[in-house]
Design a protein around this ligand. Structure first.
Ligand code: ADP
Length: 264
C-alpha cells in the first residue's frame, strides 16, 4: 500500500452521500474538518487532490426542511440546487481554515463525452490544480434528469480519473470496502481486502440492497473499477467516517479494499 501511495501523485477522493451527512441528515461538519486536514496532509506530501462530492439533495432537504417525500423530478432537482450551495458553503468554510481554496465544477455526462467541452473541462481542471486550488466536482443535477435517478457519482469519479489521468481513486463510503455479500444483510460477509481481477471478482460478489442515502451501492463502484481497469488507476474503498481514514490506509494501517489497476 505504501508503494502505491508513493507512486500516486494525482488522487481523486469521492465522498458518498452517507459520508458527508450526519445521523441527523445534515452536513457532517466534523467529517469535513477531518477531510480538510487529510487533504492538507496530502498536499503537503506534494500530492494533487480532486474531490467528487455527493450530498446535494440531502443537504437541500435539511436546509429547506420540506419536499423530502416529493417524487416530482423538478422538486428533486430544486432540492439539489438548494443543497449544492449549502454543500459548497460547508467545504469553503472548512477548507479555508487549512489554507485551502476550493472551486466548484458541475458536470454532465455530455460535458465529458463531447470533445470540445471535455477539453474545456480538462483545461480548467488542470489550471485549478496547478494553482493549488482543490476542485470539488458534482453532477449538475439541475440538468441531469437521469443522473438524479441513478446517482452516478461513482462513474463520474471514474470518468474524471480518465480525463485527468489520476493514479488513485479513493471512495469514501459508509462501508469498509467490498465484501463477498452485503454486510448490512449478512453478518458473515467477508471483506475483500485485495482485488487483482475486478472482472473475476464481480462474479463472486453479491450486491444486495442499496443503502437508503447512497444511490449507486457497491455495484457502481465495481462498474467504475471495470471502466478504470485498463488505465492503471488503483482504487481504494474505505469507510469515510473513520478519522484519518485516508492517511491510515496510505500508511498501511487502515481497513479497506484495494483494487489494483493494470495499465494495458
Ligand atoms: P456511497 O455512500 O459510497 O455512495 P453506497 O450506499 O452507494 O455508498 O454503497 C455502499 C453500500 O453498498 C453499503 O452501505 C452496502 O449496504 C451496500 N452493499 C451492497 N452489497 C455490498 C457488498 N457486496 N459489499 C459492500 N457493500 C455492499
Amino acid at each position: 500500500m505504501e508503494e502505491i501511495f508513493k507512486n500516486s501523485k494525482k488522487i481523486i477522493i469521492k465522498i458518498g452521500s452517507s459520508t458527508i451527512t450526519g445521523e441527523d441528515g445534515k452536513i457532517d461538519y466534523e467529517f469535513l474538518e477531518n477531510l480538510a486536514s487529510e487533504v492538507k496532509t496530502l498536499v503537503g506530501l506534494e500530492k494533487q487532490v480532486v474531490i467528487v462530492s455527493s450530498g446535494a439533495r440531502i443537504a437541500g432537504v435539511s436546509t429547506i426542511e420540506k419536499w423530502s417525500k416529493k417524487e416530482d423530478m423538478s422538486y428533486k432537482q430544486a432540492l439539489c440546487a438548494i443543497g449544492q450551495v449549502e454543500l459548497m458553503d460547508g467545504y469553503r468554510k472548512i477548507f479555508i481554515k487549512q489554507g485551502l481554496h476550493i472551486a466548484q465544477i458541475l458536470l454532465t455526462k455530455a460535458d465529458l463525452e463531447n470533445e470540445k467541452r471535455s477539453l474545456n473541462v480538462k483545461n480548467t481542471l488542470f489550471t485549478l490544480i496547478n494553482e493549488n486550488v482543490i476542485p470539488i466536482i458534482n453532477e449538475n443535477d439541475t440538468v441531469c434528469v437521469d443522473e438524479i435517478k441513478i446517482g452516478d457519482n461513482d462513474m463520474l469519479s471514474a470518468r474524471t480519473c480518465i480525463l485527468w489521468g489520476a493514479d488513485l481513486l479513493i471512495f469514501l463510503s459508509d462501508i469498509d470496502g467490498i465484501f463477498d455479500k452485503n454486510p448490512k444483510e449478512f453478518k458473515d460477509a467477508k471483506l475483500l481486502k485485495y482485488i487483482e481481477d475486478i472482472f473475476e471478482c464481480e462474479k463472486n460478489v453479491s450486491c444486495g440492497q442499496k443503502s437508503s442515502f447512497g444511490t449507486g451501492g457497491i455495484k457502481t463502484k465495481i462498474q467504475a473499477a471495470k471502466l478504470l481497469h485498463p488505465y492503471g488507476t488503483n482504487i481504494i474503498i474505505t469507510k469515510g467516517k473513520t478519522p484519518k481514514s485516508i492517511i491510515q490506509i496510505l500508511e498501511g494501517k487502515g481497513v479497506c479494499t484495494l483494487i489494483k489497476g493494470e495499465k494495458l
